[in-house]
Write a protein that binds this ligand. Structure first.
Ligand code: GLU
Length: 305
């Protein structure tokens, strides 16, 4: 495994065409696009890394897999009255479907859906309390208490948050938010601004590798059925309008973020985190996807055999 990862860093990680860093969040616009990291956390507890795997980055939308898990824990199947579970085929921040579908987002991973999930888990609490709960959950699944929120990124995103604010107000106009828009957006921007490295992120994904149970510690995080469903949503919706392409090329459930990270799950085998800040045209890590494609070619881990 170490040889495979070293080879991926030396080939994919050295590509000249690295995509473009997200520049609509000013704080992300200044990230060095030459960084690259990959970590594989195997179900047997061994962890392999290559590249800049200690470097913290903004997990952005990868956090939506964690907030969905929390929301399902709190509300159970009532979550599905708030968000759907179909791929959108639209950009991550699109507003068009929302009007046709009466303010109910297609799935929990597009921005509108994740904003609705943030509203669901707020349950009348202050954003601070809910963020503490989200952070506690992420620290627990990653077994790492040092994980925190990058306030600068959160403030930076808030300063340019017009599109997400539009989505939230639009949903509120359909009576779909229970909490004040400002509180919901504050919660959303901050959970997107959690900073992690690929080692922490790969460890955080382990509960999705073994039917909802961390295979290393033996701790159950969610039920088998719930883990299966989260993985299926990641496969169908985890890369926005690039989800089909990701399933075609990589064949694993995965969740991407505009910080350039991707968390991918090889059920029964491993949790994999990659990071390369440059994005493709639809906002997914360009080299991160290529790295996962290579890894799956070497390991045969595609869920499609
Ligand atoms: N916080 C980002 C936004 O709302 C998340 C997008 C992403 O990572 O895909 O624009």
């Amino acid at each position: 495994m170490q040889d495979i990862l070293d080879q991926i860093v030396a080939t994919v990680g050295a590509s000249a065409d690295r995509g473009k860093v997200a520049d609509y969040i000013p704080q992300l616009a200044c990230i060095d696009a030459n960084q690259f990291a990959i970590t594989v956390a195997l179900a047997d507890g061994r962890i392999f890394s290559a590249g800049d795997s200690q470097q913290l980055f903004s997990i952005q939308s990868i956090s939506k897999a964690f907030t969905l898990t929390i929301a399902l824990g709190k509300l159970g199947d009532a979550v599905w009255s708030r968000v759907g579970r179909e791929p959108s085929g639209d950009p991550f921040n699109s507003i068009v479907q929302l009007e046709h579908e009466h303010g109910k987002p297609r799935n929990p991973f597009i921005n509108a859906g994740a904003i609705a999930i943030a509203d669901a888990i707020l349950m009348g609490h202050q954003p601070k309390e809910t963020l503490a709960e989200i952070l506690q959950f992420v620290r627990f699944i990653a077994a790492d208490d040092s994980i925190s929120i990058d306030e600068k990124v959160a403030r930076s995103e808030q300063s340019r948050g017009d599109r997400n604010a539009s989505l939230a107000h639009f949903m509120a106009s359909f009576g779909r938010l229970d909490n004040p828009v400002d509180c919901v957006l504050g919660t959303y921007f901050h959970h997107c601004s959690i900073a992690m490295n690929t080692q922490q992120l790969a460890k955080a994904g382990l509960f999705l590798v073994d039917n909802g149970r961390n295979p290393v510690s033996g701790t159950r995080v969610v039920s088998t059925q719930r883990a299966r469903r989260i993985n299926s949503l990641m496969l169908m919706c985890g890369h926005y309008d690039g989800s089909g392409e990701f399933a075609f090329r990589v064949g694993l459930p995965g969740k991407s973020g505009v910080g350039g990270g991707i968390l991918a799950i090889a059920p029964g085998k491993a949790s994999i985190a990659v990071w390369s800040p440059g994005l493709d045209d639809v906002g997914n890590s360009k080299l991160g996807t290529a790295a996962l494609e290579k890894l799956v070619q070497h390991t045969g881990w595609s869920i499609f055999g």
